[in-house]
Design a protein around this ligand. Structure first.
Ligand code: ADP
Ligand code: MG
Length: 380
């Protein structure tokens, strides 16, 4: 934190206020967000940080420490394009705040962070959230956290061009420390679940880069849409995956066809696994939570078919490691990270074992991170 203050004072010659927003990890609930299901993420103590001071000329002067780059813009002229990628997020958040009638004054911003970019911990939503609280704070304003999440999502859609769901922004702006968040992606209703004391999650990066914008992701979405349209047409009272049972999917197996049937089965079973995971957390039942996490991986691998050899290797290795309750790939798939739920007494040995095995398998030591619950976006 001192470093960003010092950098700010050197560049802008005034005293800043410090803000930060965490990264996030999704414990369970994958590919359910755009299918009216549930997700259950939590925040982790890696942060995007902003040092900020007000300006009264409706200008924003921003500096990115990571990219060693400046960008300046006027709050009176905000449209997508023309800025470095990191600055598009800042412009987008400023745009979305003003579109909701928050009267911004202007700000000087120094931006830094320790969340790996594109590493599956949602550095982009964290950046949006911290810019949001910094721009508001510099103008003497505050926003309801869920409303802030929606404005950050709008920035990501319209200025970064990523058609993301609301999960990342919602958990980063709202979820209190010591809790996971169950989000109903149909109603946007939130529930905060206290974390079991000995919940310990390890994130392991496969190092395989995914391209969410490529055909695989779009194809899954189309298959999901096809299956729900067919089920809604055939079944009384079905308008969303929330109204669908596994038994119902079985009844329409022939009409659905092999792949849409599997995609639908993943969505419905994963939604049920999130419900069960909430119960398991409330009961401090980490064994059951681990089995649900393993079940999520099997379903993503076999039914949704978005895993890859590297993620399967990490999952398989983890599930054979003493002290590991369960493990799965996280995120959209085709690469990215895996998580493992581990007995804290076994953490160091289990981590060393998994990292060693994957280093031998892939030829490079993977980045790994022990999740630590963190507060939502706000003053640092
Ligand atoms: P992720 O999975 O981490 O969200 P994205 O590709 O969605 O990956 O977002 C990464 C982008 O967000 C970066 O390329 C950069 O433009 C921006 N970003 C995130 N964190 C920072 C930061 N601390 N400083 C500058 N830009 C950042
Ligand atoms: Mg992102």
């Amino acid at each position: 934190m001192e470093r960003i203050s010092r950098l700010f004072r050197t560049r802008f010659d005034k005293q800043p206020v410090l803000y930060r927003a965490p990264g996030r990890v999704n414990i369970i609930g994958e590919h359910t967000d755009y299918n009216d299901g549930y997700v259950m993420p939590m925040n982790t103590a890696l942060f995007t940080r902003v040092a900020a001071a007000p300006r009264n000329d409706r200008r924003v002067r921003a500096h990115s420490v990571l990219f060693d780059e400046n960008f300046e813009f006027s709050l009176d002229k905000l449209e997508p394009g023309g800025a470095p990628a990191w600055a598009e997020y800042a412009k987008g958040v400023a745009f979305a705040l003003q579109a909701e009638s928050y009267g911004l004054a202007g700000a000087d911003l120094m931006i830094d962070g320790d969340i790996p970019l594109g590493g599956g911990l949602s550095s982009s939503a964290s950046l949006e959230a911290v810019i949001g609280v910094a721009l508001l704070g510099s103008s003497g304003l505050e926003a309801d956290p869920m409303k802030l999440a929606l404005m950050c999502q709008r920035a990501e859609h319209e200025f970064a061009g990523v058609p993301c769901g609301i999960m990342d922004q919602a958990v980063i702006t709202t979820c209190p420390q010591g809790h996971a968040m169950k989000l109903d992606c149909r109603s946007l209703e939130l529930e905060f679940i206290p974390l079991p004391d000995d919940l310990c999650l390890l994130v392991i990066d496969s190092g395989v880069k995914h391209q969410l914008s490529d055909g695989g992701y779009r194809q899954r979405r189309e298959e999901c849409d096809f299956a729900i349209a067919l089920l809604a047409a055939e079944e009384e009272g079905v308008s969303s995956y929330r109204d669908v049972s596994l038994e119902m999917i079985g009844r329409h197996a022939t009409a659905l066809g092999k792949l849409p049937l599997r995609r639908a089965r993943h969505v419905v079973s994963e939604t049920q696994r999130v419900r069960d995971a909430v119960q398991a957390m409330a009961a401090n039942d980490l064994e059951t939570l681990g089995q649900l996490i393993n079940g999520s991986h099997a379903s993503l691998r076999d039914d949704f078919m978005v895993s890859c050899e590297e993620l399967d290797f990490i999952q398989q290795t983890a599930s054979e490691t003493p002290g590991v309750y369960g493990s799965r790939m996280v995120g959209g798939g085709f690469g990215g990270c895996a998580i493992a739920l581990i007995d804290p007494a076994c953490l160091e040995d289990a981590r060393a074992h998994i990292v060693r095995a994957y280093t031998e398998y892939s030829g490079a030591e993977p980045w790994s991170h022990v999740v630590e619950s963190a507060p939502p976006a706000g003053l640092a």
